[in-house]
Design a binder for this molecule. Structure first.
Ligand code: ADP
Ligand code: MG
Length: 476
């Protein structure tokens, strides 16, 4: 049994084919797939023999040290990391070296800038001749970053992001402001007309075509998908996500928020307050359906409504029933909702970015109107939220999986109630009412997701090298 290789929970190893002679890796049998820190990942080569090029910074304390690596791609795989986020990653096949011996390994590429270890050796790389002793570390020869002393150092640069703004309206206020904010922060941003994108799908690569050319790989995509093209827009967005771009809001989250029935069901599950809502598909139940939501007036909403266009108030039971019958005649999909009279034609739009409410406005409906939509003549003023409203807005966005959302809340006698969650909230009203530069906040949020700036410094000295550290372990 002298041939066995015993590994501690942290070890030095090399990836010679990638010109990476020394990497400090965490050995984690709790993870299946191995992972390597990689930034600026660029696929290249023919579709039948795809390759990938990337930058690797082996030493967490030396950001100027960057090694350019390239390798054949053997797979693209959804990998869920320990923080619960699932990401579609390139998987490369190479060899790792410890103490002069080499083993084959498949490694997924991901940005580990904020992790303590640049590499994670998962259990699929552990062969039968290896034993992992999680109570020890550095059993194998200790290497050093000196191995990179001849690699010329670069000044760490803030790499500009290449961003696609998916929109049908590149000139409207929201688009113009996002373009302005991205450019002001040094990024390259291009408006892309969603409906003019076409796609080619492969198992190892995905392409988005536009105007007779393949679009470049974007670091990030900001979707502003109009309600009329939700379904195709989601397909385009998924395709961008398959190319490795970070999508500010995912196609699934946008789909959930656009499907009012689904959104209501998801929110009900986590006990987010909502006006009592009912829906049915059979025409027999009009009367019953109206009764279910109360007698103080009923709001009937077309499921595809935006900007208040398909929202009608029936003040009596009889009117509500006729309305429901009429909508049915037209084969329309709709829901019925209790009318929250005490809201008095006002609602609150909470603008959420990355689990934070960054601004809020109260929208007051025009005289004689109950719909407060700005498109229906409503007026907006800045408002300070109560804790309950803030919590409700954050929870609603989070539940639907939206990192940018406009959550509309009605003030009721029983606390805040969510009306709807918008996945492409307009910027004009909220920036006007709050005086805040929401556009820049969105771009900043994008940067934090695509280009983590916080560097996790690796601890270089350890008192006892054999003790398993729980804090280090938790951070992989
Ligand atoms: P849309 O998606 O078309 O904007 P909403 O559900 O947001 O549809 O409704 C539009 C407006 O109508 C809301 O902003 C609100 O002012 C008013 N409204 C909607 N539902 C209710 C309700 N149940 N009770 C009182 N007012 C409502
Ligand atoms: Mg609305």
């Amino acid at each position: 049994m002298t041939d066995n290789l015993t590994l501690g929970w942290e070890e030095w190893l090399g990836l010679p084919s990638l010109s990476l002679p020394a990497i400090k890796a965490k050995i984690d049998t709790g993870a299946r797939t191995s992972a390597l820190h990689a930034v600026a990942i660029e696929p290249f080569g023919p579709a039948e023999k795809p390759q990938v090029r990337f930058l690797m910074r082996p030493d967490p304390n030396d950001p100027g040290l960057e090694v350019t690596c390239s390798s054949p791609v053997v797979d693209r795989r959804n990998v869920t990391s320990s923080n619960g986020e699932t990401e579609l990653r390139y998987v490369i096949r190479t060899e790792f070296e410890i103490d002069g011996k080499k083993w084959p390994i498949d490694i997924s590429l991901t940005n580990r800038e904020t992790m303590s270890y640049r590499m994670l050796l998962g259990r699929s790389a552990i062969t039968e001749d290896m034993i992992v002793d999680p109570n020890q570390s550095f059993i194998q020869p200790v290497l050093s970053y000196e191995a990179y002393k001849d690699v010329p150092r670069r000044k760490p640069v803030k790499r500009p992001l290449r961003i696609a703004l998916l929109t049908q309206e590149p000139k409207n206020y929201s688009s113009s402001r996002l373009i302005e904010a991205a450019e002001k922060r040094g990024h390259i941003i291009e408006p892309i007309n969603t409906s003019r994108c076409y796609m080619r799908m492969g198992t190892l690569d995905s392409e988005v075509h536009y105007d007779g050319r393949v679009l470049p790989r974007y670091d990030a995509v900001i979707p502003r998908i109009g309600a009329r093209i939700t379904s195709y827009g989601m397909a385009v967005l998924r395709q961008f996500s398959n190319t490795g771009a970070y999508c500010l809001n995912s196609a699934d989250a946008i789909g959930a928020s656009r499907d009012k029935l689904l959104a209501h069901q998801m929110l009900a599950r986590v006990k987010v307050g909502m006006p009592i809502t009912a829906f049915a598909s059979s025409p027999q139940d009009s009367k019953e359906l109206v009764k279910l939501v109360g007698t103080k007036g009923v709001v009937v909403k077309l499921l595809e409504s935006t900007q208040g266009r398909g929202v009608v108030l029936a003040e009596t039971q009889k009117a509500a029933e006729s309305l429901v019958d009429a909508f049915r005649q037209l084969n329309a999909s709709f829901l019925v909702q209790e009318f929250v009279k005490e809201a008095a034609g006002a609602d609150t739009r909470c603008f959420v970015i990355g689990n934070k409410v960054v601004g809020a406005m109260k929208r007051q409906a025009a005289e004689g109107e109950f719909r407060s939509n700005l498109h229906r003549g409503g007026s907006a003023t800045k408002v300070t939220l109560s804790k309950a409203e803030r919590d409700t807005a954050r929870k609603a966005a989070k539940t639907l999986g939206l990192s940018v959302a406009g959550v509309d809340i009605l003030q009721t006698e029983d606390g805040p109630k969510v009306l709807e969650v918008n996945s492409s909230p307009g910027l004009e009203g909220i920036e006007g009412a709050t005086g805040k530069d929401i556009s820049s906040l969105i771009i900043e949020h994008l940067e934090s997701k695509v280009r983590p700036l916080s560097r996790h410094r690796e601890r270089t000295t350890r008192k006892t090298s054999t003790r398993k550290s729980t804090t280090q372990n938790a951070s992989s």
